[in-house]
Design a protein around this ligand. Structure first.
Ligand code: DGL
Length: 271
């Protein structure tokens, strides 16, 4: 047991930053590794079998190199596919990110809820099981977005992304039926909260966008208490080690974006 936990936050790209920020708020004393498997991005377009093999292999290396005390899979596309295998393979707590269908349905007044994720996430049996178990009588509109994760990634890299491009991806989220309309949209891809201001501005009408990051952070913090206690009131966040599987160094634009998500002291490292 060490006094300071080491937390590995993993995503296919930069979407996990929205989760890392919340986890770092909940556990500011931890050491962090933020690992983006950008060499294999986007996960939403990968064949399931290949993705299982890939995530397992990358995780083998990350765990061996960085020895985390807890891993957050900050990616719905990976969590809904490989979480059970990862939990079986490693003697470590894994916190996954899966579509927040239960809280969305509990909060919806119109009972019309949209789940917006990658095309892969909305097809997964895991997602369909969550709907069967927790939709609680709500009508669920599943929207698989082919491009939104890539557009979010482009924005963080400083590229111009038009409102029309984003609007096209989210248009199917807004449904009117039986005199009611969608009031809750589950952000079932960690890249989407990166665009939250534009998602609000481009919505066909005001909806509540549900970002699971705070709940994930609470769960991660809770799991660390038995071994590490609670963080002290003056706890400071340590250096975040950044890992990009592509091996690229962050550009100045990306460095500024990382700082806006609370990653300002970084120690780049290979997998
Ligand atoms: N951030 C990932 C998620 O939460 C998906 C992005 C991708 O397609 O790689 O699903």
């Amino acid at each position: 047991m060490t006094a300071t936990p080491t937390i590995l936050v993993f995503d296919s790209g930069l979407g996990g930053l929205t989760v890392h920020r919340e986890v770092a708020r909940a556990r500011p004393d931890a050491r962090y590794i933020y690992a983006a498997d950008d060499a294999f991005f986007p996960y939403g377009k990968q064949d399931e079998g290949k993705l299982v093999v890939r995530v397992t292999a990358v995780m083998d290396e990350l765990v061996a190199t960085h020895r985390p005390d807890l891993v957050v899979i900050a990616c719905n596309t990976a969590s809904t596919l490989v979480l059970p295998q990862l939990r079986e393979r490693f003697a470590l707590p894994f916190v996954g990110t899966v579509p927040a269908i239960k809280p969305a349905c509990a909060a919806s007044r119109s009972r019309l809820v949209t789940v917006l994720g990658t095309e892969a996430t909305v097809k997964r049996e895991y997602t369909h099981a969550l709907i069967r178990d927790f939709a609680d009588g709500c009508a669920i509109n599943l929207v698989g977005s082919p491009r939104l994760a890539e557009l979010a990634e482009a924005v963080l890299h400083g590229e111009e992304v038009s409102d029309a491009d984003i609007g096209r991806e989210i248009a199917p989220c807004f449904v009117e039926a039986h005199g009611g309309r969608t009031d809750t949209v589950v952000l079932a891809c960690t890249h989407y909260p990166l665009l939250i201001e534009r998602l609000r501005r481009l919505a066909a009408w005001p909806v509540s966008y549900l970002d699971p990051a705070p709940a994930i952070a609470r769960r991660a913090a809770e799991l660390l208490v038995p071994a590490f206690g609670a963080p002290g009131p003056t706890a400071q966040s340590a250096v975040t080690t950044l890992v990009f599987t592509s091996g690229r160094a962050p550009s100045p634009v990306l460095t500024a974006a990382l700082a806006s998500y609370g990653i300002s002291q970084t120690a780049p490292a290979g997998v």
